[in-house]
Design a protein around this ligand. Sequence first.
Ligand code: GLN
Length: 216
Amino acid sequence: MVVDVSYISKEHSDGVDAVAHGVTGILAVQGAFAEHAAMLDRLGAPWKLLRAAEDFNDSIDRVILPGGESTTQGKLLRSTGLFDPIAAHIAAGKPTFGTCAGMILLAERLDNDPNVYFGVLDAAVRRNAYGRQLGSFATTEDVQTFAANGDPSGVISDFPLVFIRGPFVAEVGPRAHVMASTGGNAVALQQGNILATAFHPEITDDTRIHEYFLSL
Ligand code: GLN
């Protein structure tokens, strides 16, 4: 997908479906935020880029943490003042979707890195789990969705999984549910209103995982 560079400064907060969806805040301090914005535009869902603490306001009822470089994002979350409002949003049980570096930011434990950021997802996540050579690849798997009580609620079949130096889930705790695995490793988790994928749905043409996120 070729991304229009105007996304870097655009803000869409009066989209058609504002009442149904509220506004999705997309962390935009570093990484692949523009691709998520383009995906939400395709779905007619309003979004706002989060670059500074004052960008986080009451209209925001969902948050996307994009791919990128988790160590850099972690530092910028602190220096911008966005860490606390996003942590409060997650603690309130509101929908949050982390892709790749975003999954790392959500994890309670990283099994090869001492850092912990939001520390909410009951899993140990391994950074750069596929190494540098095999770091980027694509495959297709079914993606399971879960109801609030943890029961399976549906399947998004044959979803394209695109990995870019991504993590995988080394250990899953009881509060997290495996949405997708590939090669024997869990690569997507749901824990209540938190979704985390090691892969990048935002750079595919398949809108189904974003639609599911907007339905939470
Ligand atoms: N390897 C990156 C990290 O550890 C994540 C890669 C990505 O988000 N595409 O932060």
